[in-house]
Design a protein around this ligand. Sequence first.
Ligand code: NAP
Length: 226
Amino acid sequence: MKIAVFGTGTVGPAVAAALAKLGHDVVIGTRDPQDTPARTQAGPMGGVPFAQWHAEHSGIAVATFADAAAGSDLIVNATNGSGSLAALDAAGAANLAGKVVMDIANPLDFSRGFPPSLDPVNTDSLGEQIQRTFPDARVVKTLNTMNAAIMVDPASVAGGDHSVFVSGNDADAKTVVAGLLAELGHRDIIDLGDITTARGTEMLLPIWLRLWGALGNADFNFKIAR
Ligand code: NAP
């Protein structure tokens, strides 16, 4: 599948590399495709600087959000939650129309320090904001409840015995996303329902952040025992 991965932080490169390894035709979307590959500083979450990652994955092109989306069948949104609507707007509604938008972003609000709060929250979600703003896109919220390494290598924790959620209005889009999740190695894929259920998974972030603090690392995931 032709896939545009929006995001040059921790998640975007991890997901792009994993999907490319699976044989998909992947391009990374960024605001400035000239400047981004020259970045030698690690992002705020640490990890490998983008320049180094790009040198190690030279087969994955870097393009503007618009060019990446235009040539792709599916878009992965792994941008900062505060910038996701701007990134998708830069991609252009016409380039998103009819396409699956796999939304991994969380609407973390650091304006009052750490740990962040959520905005929107309770009666709205970033997933819904994206679906409302781009009504012709087929938004599926998923993977936002685990760290980037586990997203692409679920077996690295508990042998993969844990859960991932999907939320979205379009049943076919959720089937496509579930297929990609299965390709990545996820086994317990729980369809929560329409895009309003993204409120639930985004609101797992406050407990996820406290678990990170309590456990001292991010190598954990939620398992829904039943
Ligand atoms: P991040 O630092 O949160 O986001 C980096 C990306 O956001 C870059 O591609 C950047 O674009 C884009 N961006 C930032 N502000 C923007 C703006 N105003 N307009 C357009 N684009 C903008 O990276 P991350 O840590 O990989 O997280 C990505 C998303 O996944 C976040 O929403 C995060 O909450 C969620 N998430 C992260 C993890 C994790 O393990 N880190 C786990 C679960 C969910 P440029 O490329 O142009 O700089």
